[in-house]
Design a protein around this ligand. Structure first.
Ligand code: B12
Ligand code: SF4
Length: 563
């Protein structure tokens, strides 16, 4: 029996394609369980399609699924609606199932809005969806009432069955990496936090955080690693919640010699030196922390009451282990004024994040803030009939207006970027020789971000400064260890500045340590071309003359030598 698992397209365009295109991990988990139970699964990623409806119609006609199931967020619900309608037009016997946060928190609204919808799976989806699929396969559709954790229509009424118990042992789930390729991973489900803007506690159950064992999790990484995937995003709400387990995971990654990098999300109260050391050794390059605001009053109101000292200390500690600390800030919160924004700017200057994301506070069903609005009669679920992805808090707050909130965001971003050079120059790393090669890698990677990465293109960051910062970072990296990227970075930087002899000096040194590097040879060859030393340049190009792209330089050199 054929089943489509669909990732619908977001309503609004995003510049960050990777995030908006990626299939939610949950679909892979569900897909893996269904595959092991003999179902034929196709993951349909409408998020990447320019013409999702046309594409979907074509796939439907070719594959003829029996069930079409969607992972629905508020932001992609309209795409799910369109595809569901299309499905029923083609064959009204195909069952339509919705799951995910939007489906879980807005079941009645969704059934009212979409007559084509058959079933909603509430919360954790694997076991419930498997039972639905088995029911459809057996043809006994009446059995729907026996399935726990669903919403469906009965005699025109929307009905809810008994909630399903959460899966007690996540390791019992088949490992999705056996069947699919992906980069987002999840060690745990749930979060003990109480953040008022977040739907996770209500979705996963506040008291019941569950984990995979370290072994299951690292097996997953290993399976993906063998398929050539080397960078991962650990998407747990708070990856380091169980520090012992995280250290076990990291030691296992190291002992199995998995050469990977990964980014994770944590909380400032859930890290310590042991965890950071092991995470760095295992390949962690970035940890994101939700700081939210510089105002303690706002933080308390949002449900994140950590002190400034704790936040500052955790950022410093993370950075000192050569892990890039990223800060998430929220603006436009209840009680936000220019004074609280100033507090956020002051905190930014103290925590010195090397990456920061500033979100306008928006709200979703399933969050404390949404409940507050509903209780006060300010919001109704019908608001989701409008073509919006989310609702900005300021729309409901008489103390805030769009113009001010927009300026708040601009202020925060400007302060962050304007100070970024100082933050980068102020990096202090732990003096632990076991981490020197990681330090060199960290500084080089950051240097690249300034020289030709994200910060090189940023309009708020001064360009001259960028190159200067990059140069400093590369040189500092080489004080720790011989790092290819640092040699190459310096070579490219000086080459761009027309300082070819200086570039050649560093590239030559780099080649002493990395004699087989294509990039160093290419850069060296280009430097010599620039100073009209075509014969010497040719020596560098010739070593890789069979590589795509190199032949053009070989030809130019040969022509110039002949003429
Ligand atoms: C990691 C994450 C991301 C990653 C996703 C990576 C990936 N490819 O998986 C990134 C950074 C890309 C991301 C982006 C966004 N995210 Co996000 N994200 C999360 C987070 C923290 C964890 C999700 C996760 O992996 N959970 C673990 C896996 C196993 O669960 P799952 O994927 O949800 O699937 C399970 C259930 O949901 C259910 N299920 C899901 N789909 C389906 C489908 C069917 C048919 C069935 C039966 C069941 C089912 O069963 C699954 C297995 O148990 C959640 C918060 C949370 N803790 O849930 C927010 C969350 C899902 N994100 C949220 C939002 C708003 C977004 C963005 C819209 C933000 C933005 N403005 O751009 C984008 C949109 C992404 C997109 N689809 O294009 C909101 C959604 C709120 C809502 N009601 O819609 C959440 C809940 C956070 C919050 N604010 O409360 N996100
Ligand atoms: S924002 Fe993070 S810490 Fe707060 S409740 Fe959500 S997942 Fe937990």
């Amino acid at each position: 029996m054929k089943i489509f698992l669909v990732n619908p397209k977001l309503l609004d365009f995003r510049t960050d394609e990777y995030d908006s295109f990626s299939v939610p991990i949950g679909l892979y988990y569900i897909g893996a369980l269904l595959k092991t139970n003999g179902f034929d699964i196709e993951i349909v990623n409408l998020a990447v399609q320019e013409q999702p409806v046309t594409y979907f119609r074509d796939r439907l006609c070719v594959a003829k699924p029996d069930i079409v199931a969607f992972s629905v967020l508020n932001a992609n619900r309209f795409s799910a609606f369109e595809a569901a309608k299309e499905t029923k037009q083609i064959n009204k016997n195909i069952k339509i199932v919705f799951g995910g946060p939007c489906a879980t928190f807005l079941p009645e609204f969704l059934f009212k809005s979409l007559p084509e919808l058959d079933y909603i799976v509430e919360g954790e989806g694997e076991l419930t969806f498997l039972e639905i699929a088995e029911m459809v396969r057996s043809g006994k559709n009446d059995a729907i009432e026996d399935i726990q954790g669903i919403w469906f229509r009965k005699d025109g009424q929307i009905t809810h069955t008994k909630p399903r118990e959460l899966i007690d042992d996540l390791d019992k789930l088949p490992n999705p990496a056996q069947f699919f390729d992906f980069q987002h991973l999840s060690l745990s489900r749930g979060c003990p936090g109480k953040c008022q803007f977040c739907g996770s506690p209500k979705f996963w159950g506040k008291t019941n955080v569950r984990w995979h064992s370290a072994e299951w999790f690292v097996d997953q990484i290993q399976l993906l690693y063998k398929k050539g995937i080397t960078h991962f995003y650990i998407s747990d709400d708070t990856f380091t919640m169980d520090k012992k387990r995280v250290v076990e995971v990291c030691k296992m990654i190291i002992s199995r010699k998995l050469i990977i990098t990964f980014a994770a999300i944590s909380r400032v109260d859930f890290i310590n030196e042991d965890v950071l050391f092991n995470m760095r050794k295992a390949g962690c390059v970035q940890i994101s922390f939700g700081v939210e605001s510089g105002s303690l009053k706002i933080r308390k109101n949002l449900g994140k009451p950590f002190s400034n000292e704790k936040i500052i200390q955790s950022f410093q500690l993370t950075l000192s282990y050569g892990i890039l600390p990223r800060a998430y800030f929220i603006y436009g919160s209840p009680g936000e004024t220019q004074a609280t924004i100033d507090e956020s700017c002051e905190l930014i200057a103290k925590i010195k994040p090397l990456s920061a994301i500033f979100y306008l506070l928006v709200i979703f069903p399933g969050t404390g803030l949404y409940d507050r609005l509903k209780e006060r009669g300010l919001a109704k679920d019908e608001i989701w009939e409008e073509k919006i992805e989310d609702i900005p808090w300021f729309d409901f707050d008489s103390g805030l207006c769009f113009e001010d909130v927009k300026l708040f965001g601009e202020n925060l971003r400007r302060v962050f970027y304007k100070n970024l050079d100082k933050f980068a120059l102020d990096i202090k790393l732990v003096n632990n020789s076991e981490l020197f090669s990681e330090h060199a890698k960290f500084l080089s990677r950051l240097g690249i971000t300034f020289s030709h990465g994200e910060y090189a293109e940023n309009k708020y960051v001064d360009n001259w400064d960028n190159k200067f910062i990059a140069e400093k970072l590369f040189i500092k990296a080489l004080e720790y260890s011989h790092e290819l990227d640092a040699y190459l970075g310096l070579g490219m930087l000086y080459q761009k500045k027309g300082k070819f002899n200086k570039a050649i000096f560093f590239l030559e040194k780099g080649l002493g340590y990395f004699p087989d590097s294509y990039d160093l040879h290419l850069c060296m060859g280009l430097c010599y071309m620039n100073i009209n030393e075509f014969r010497i340049a040719l020596n560098f190009f010739n070593k890789f003359k069979d590589e795509p792209g190199m032949q053009q330089y070989v030809n130019i050199c040969n022509q110039r030598i002949e003429s």
